[in-house]
Design a binder for this molecule. Structure first.
Ligand SMILES: [Zn+2]
Length: 91
């Protein structure tokens, strides 16, 4: 197997990748914090919009500016992390 798997090593922030548990995308570790917050918001908005008969997809939202996401979050205020998680699990 690859040499890297046998040797203990520290994380390489520039080259190591981490996978987002929500969308499955791989990215550099320093980008993950920023991505995850937005990804969680998008997951929430997609499921809440579906319930209210508004159709937009994850792709639509991923291409939106942050202001648009923020406006939608203001329109559909999340009740809390717990509800976001339960919405996500139902998908
Ligand atoms: Zn993601």
């Amino acid at each position: 197997m690859a040499k890297a798997e046998r040797e203990p090593r520290v994380l390489d922030l520039e080259h190591d990748r981490i996978q987002c548990p929500l969308c499955g995308r791989w990215m550099k570790i320093p980008m993950f914090d920023l991505h995850y917050g937005r990804c969680l918001d998008i997951a929430y908005l997609v499921s809440v919009a579906k319930k209210r008969g508004e159709e937009f997809t994850r792709e639509d939202l991923e291409n939106c500016k942050q202001e648009v996401i923020d406006k939608l979050l203001a329109k559909y205020p999340p009740k809390g992390i717990e509800s976001v998680d339960s919405l996500w699990k139902k998908q």
